[in-house]
Design a protein around this ligand. Structure first.
Ligand SMILES: [Zn+2]
Ligand SMILES: [Zn+2]
Length: 168
């Protein structure tokens, strides 16, 4: 089974956590907000998860480490991560806002299971190339594009086969 995440590493390095924390603290200072151990805990949980997380999922992860962290704090802290470029919202068009780490990550595309929300990340130089080619054709300066593949994952295919078999 190929890796579902690009630029894979087992867990964020000490240096990367320190860099992320520095970026967050600078941003908080600019906004006149105080550093807090809760925000640092949320940041660490977010980076260590290395996944596309909804606010609820991140809240569940942080609660294990500090039960005092509330949903609203996680929600607001995620917005701060987005503002300072540590995170970006990934839109899977299923009504759930998910966030992923942006620090030290290459731009990539997603393939999403519409049944269970599982996702695969991939690179495609061909799509980058296509963006530039179409831009050039019309003399537009392109800046970014969005490309997602929607599908049914292997586990969900199996599940629907099994439920058909059971119904017979
Ligand atoms: Zn699935
Ligand atoms: Zn991603």
């Amino acid at each position: 089974m190929p890796e579902k995440r690009v630029d894979d590493q087992p867990s964020p390095s000490h240096d990367m956590l320190a860099e992320a924390q520095h970026i967050l603290h600078e941003h908080l200072t600019q906004l006149g907000l105080k550093r807090s151990s809760q925000r640092d805990t949320i940041l660490r949980a977010f980076l260590e998860a290395r996944n596309h997380l909804s606010t609820e999922e991140l809240h569940a992860l942080t609660k294990n480490q500090d039960p005092a962290i509330g949903y609203t704090t996680v929600y607001r802290t995620l917005k701060l991560f987005v503002q300072c470029g540590l995170a970006a919202e990934v839109e899977f068009h299923d009504g759930v806002a998910r966030y992923e780490q942006r620090l030290n990550r290459r731009s990539h595309h997603h393939m999403i299971c519409t049944q269970c929300g599982d996702s695969v990340e991939f690179f495609s130089p061909e799509i980058e190339e296509l963006e530039h080619r179409i831009g050039e054709k019309f003399n537009y300066v392109t800046s970014q594009h969005s490309f997602q593949i929607y599908c049914t994952c292997e586990a969900c295919q199996k599940q629907s086969r099994d439920s058909v078999a059971n119904a017979q």
